[in-house]
Ligand binder design. Structure first.
Ligand code: SF4
Length: 246
């Protein structure tokens, strides 16, 4: 007779994080909010996108990645984040739209907000810009459902992101922004696991020149080294505390 007081290794207990691991998690079939099986997914980077991409693929939702992030500074940082995302889209066989790097427009849009803190009004303007262009592209190409990978990052305010997404979708009749919480049911855990498995580039600031500045100010005030870009990859070295940034 088996000992029922001890779960078998193959079936982790309900509160065991192993249940949510990439290996063990049984992905539910997701229902889209408007019943469509096609989505234009705004993506900010591979680490944030991969878990969302996997979830959509498992639900057989036809997904096109829309990479539009003119906030990322400088250009070589933008390129490395984009190439990592292309790499994973190719692995899953997902279409990847490489949109404009109109950085000057981003600086114009956020002018006067240079000293705003992260999650403040500059970030609202930044999300608005990226989602408006995503929604416009979606409308022109027959999508009526959009979402973003930005919300999976624990560094972000999900209400702020959802508000921006819904506002952008409302510019087009019949368009929906999917406010699904990608962090839940172990999404945040799998995001890190997949990033390590794929050895994604590990960015250490949100993206804009101001977030790089503020990360360095914070690091210096806590006696730490400044950000050194383009050298860290998940899984290639031990992660130190809370350094990953999406
Ligand atoms: S901190 Fe991030 S979200 Fe905020 S403005 Fe900069 S790049 Fe955009």
């Amino acid at each position: 007779m088996s000992d029922l007081s001890h779960p078998s290794p193959a079936s982790p207990a309900k509160d065991d994080p192993a249940r949510f691991s990439v290996e063990n998690f049984e992905r539910p079939v997701l229902d889209t909010p408007n019943g469509t099986d096609r989505i234009l997914l705004h993506s900010c980077c591979a680490p944030c996108a991969a878990e969302v991409m996997d979830a959509l693929a498992a639900s057989k939702i036809e997904t096109t990645i829309f990479f539009y992030n003119p906030n990322i500074h400088p250009r070589d940082e933008y390129e490395i984040r984009k190439q990592e995302n292309i790499r994973y889209a190719e692995k899953l066989g997902m279409e990847f739209i490489d949109w404009d790097y109109n950085a000057k427009d981003w600086f114009d849009r956020t002018q006067g907000m240079e000293m705003e803190p992260e999650r403040g009004i500059r970030c609202t303007a930044c999300f608005d810009m990226r989602f408006e262009v995503t929604a416009d592209y979606a409308a022109e190409h027959g999508y009526d459902l959009i979402s973003s990978t930005l919300g999976i990052s624990r560094w972000k305010n999900m209400d702020q992101i959802n508000g921006c997404g819904e506002r952008a979708a409302a510019r087009h009749p019949g368009m929906t922004y999917w406010t699904f919480n990608w962090r839940k049911q172990g999404g945040s855990q799998r995001m890190i696991e997949i990033s390590k498995r794929e050895e994604f580039y590990q960015q250490e600031y949100c993206g804009c020149v101001y977030s790089l500045r503020d990360t360095n100010v914070w690091r210096e005030s806590s006696g730490r080294e400044k950000v050194v870009r383009k050298i860290k990859f998940y899984g290639r070295e031990a992660l130190v505390g809370d350094e990953e940034e999406g």
